[in-house]
Write a protein that binds this ligand. Sequence first.
Ligand code: SF4
Length: 360
Amino acid sequence: MTIALSHAEIVRLLGLTDPAAIEELRRSAYDLTTETVGNAVHYRGIVELSNRCALDCYYCGIRRSNREVERYGLDRDEVIEAALFCAEAGYGSCVLQAGERRDEAFIAFVEECVAEIRARSLSERLPQGLGITLSLGEQSLETYRRWRDAGAHRYLLRIETSNPALFATLHPPAQHFETRVRAVDDLRTAGFQVGTGVMIGLPGQTLDDLAADIAFYGQRDIDMIGMGPYLHSQGGSMPASAMMAREPLLALGLKMIAVTRLALPTLNIAATTALQALVEDGRERGITYGANVTMPNVTPRGVRRNYQLYDGKPCLDEGSLECRGCLERRVIASGRRVGWDEWGDSPHARRRLPITVTAK
Ligand code: SF4
């Protein structure tokens, strides 16, 4: 995919500090979003189906070696109920997210949930059923194929950074950058629309690194982006002092959204919850900087507190219906409308990949 900006221009834009210049960047990105992906913001209701994870990423609050967190796994009925809430609420799509597990019991559980959600969400409003995105980490190509065949059609696998040396500072030696990239490529082979993303403001990260991240999105022909500020987690092993100050971190996160939009205009870009952890209206701001997707949490409230990848995660106590109303107000305040009952695939993905998913 051709990137519309040079590396030097991306670095310059990410480094802007003059408020008028930043406002010009924001306005350009917002207007281009209207032109290329439209005026709608699409919802993906997140179901955090389990916080059990076999991996140990240093920055993460639910990593394997954090003994302080209470582990949970939703049962099949709870997952289906949360997903069907999305269909009934008009969200159009859900995301099934969990810590990383590669055992057969987990793979089969996800496969069954996906097939059942697609079949049971068919309706006049959703003639293809609910759109299903998975965010379940690195898996084998065979597993990706099983989940794709079951009816999921998008997959989010973040690379966290495109700089292999920086990646190595965030993960134990057993987790390799090359393996992560291969898994991203396998998702394409399996027929998924592919999403990835990075953390912004990592200790040791430069603007050149972030510009290279945007280049990575283009080189890998990525369809959707879920990136957000690096936030400290008490359950992780990285020092709190490694996190950037909140204000410049928010500014950098927003500039990254705007510049990614200008560089790769037809992608879906999420206004992630991590932005709202920094400032109450963080998601609205993300939308005004060029994001067009947001992810309300539909995980049952009883376990939501136990799925915190970083500290200060918002919306832990709101019920799913409260979230629906609150988020709609936020979207409208950003000058957009909600794309109710739409899958909202990115124009980039629609051009390349006719949707051939059928509910089983
Ligand atoms: S970031 Fe994901 S894979 Fe890494 S420890 Fe956390 S839940 Fe597990």
